[in-house]
Design a protein around this ligand. Sequence first.
Ligand code: FES
Ligand SMILES: [Fe+2]
Length: 348
Amino acid sequence: MFLLNCWYVAAWSHEVQGTDLLSRKLLGEQVVLFRKESGGVAALVDRCSHRFAPLSMGRREGDCLRCMYHGLVFDGQGECVEEPGRKRPSSGIAVKSFPVVERYKQIWIWMGDPALSDPSLVPDCHWQDDPNWRSIPAYIHYKADYRLILDNLLDFSHLSFVHENTLGGSVSIAETKPKIEVTDSAVKITRWYKSEPELAPYLRGVTDLEGPIDRWNIYELFVPGNVFNMDSGSAPAGTGAPEGNRVAEALQFHAVQIITPEDERNAHFFWAYAHNFNLESSNLTERLAARIQEGFEEDRNFIEAQQKVVDESGDDPMAYIFVDAGLTHGRRLLASLLAREKNINVDA
Ligand code: FES
Ligand SMILES: [Fe+2]
């Protein structure tokens, strides 16, 4: 089950360029995205209303898309504007369209009630296109229920084990009790690891900074759209980072990770891990992204393997342990938002 009335990331902007057509399944529905000649992006259901040919096998013409089976032409709103051989198209042959907003180098789509699609509800992810930060737009496909990915993000104790040699390192991460706050749409988690002897493995040798360090992960998972925003970093120990003083040597990051369900058992994971230090370095961003990608592949391997076991386990209950507080709040919040949306739809 998915929340419908919220903005999801459908694609990175660079994936929808020129006359290319991008077909992607989102929330169980096959969608075709295309860039109009006038610049904006349109999203239509990837199924011609006539004989159900995929519109993604069609051709962009100006601001429209022509089905290349029998030639119907649809505009960005899904209206049929041309039917070969007729002065005016037959009635009732429009295809479904979806509202889209292009922001932060991403194309956001609203799969629910179009009347509720307010562009001001797109969550702030400006770090992805802010000149004071640098990142590389990246994507991973998951063969897993999106909720297992959310669970993973709400429980960083796994950094000590899954990411022992990459993003994590010290076992003290797993031993740390996070501060957890829950709002009506997000779970916020604050984790401090003070006076760690060493940097996380992926940061060693990146700059002159060495341990001991104070390290932090302060993040929010905004449940509508599954948008994860994280302030993280490492600073020389005792220089006041926990009190808000970020000295010049500190390595500061802002990660944006967004999960869009493809269907019940697959998900799209869009990520950009921005840094605001050494922006003049020609390849630092690429080097960091490669190391972080290595860590994210570790997550994917684990979660996809976990999904297989979950599927074979029927209704067997999972055990609850100390580290599960964050993900339990996340699951509860998602369930309450789903229930609320269902009631709204029933009442409407
Ligand atoms: S299937 Fe598209 S025009 Fe016939
Ligand atoms: Fe992870």
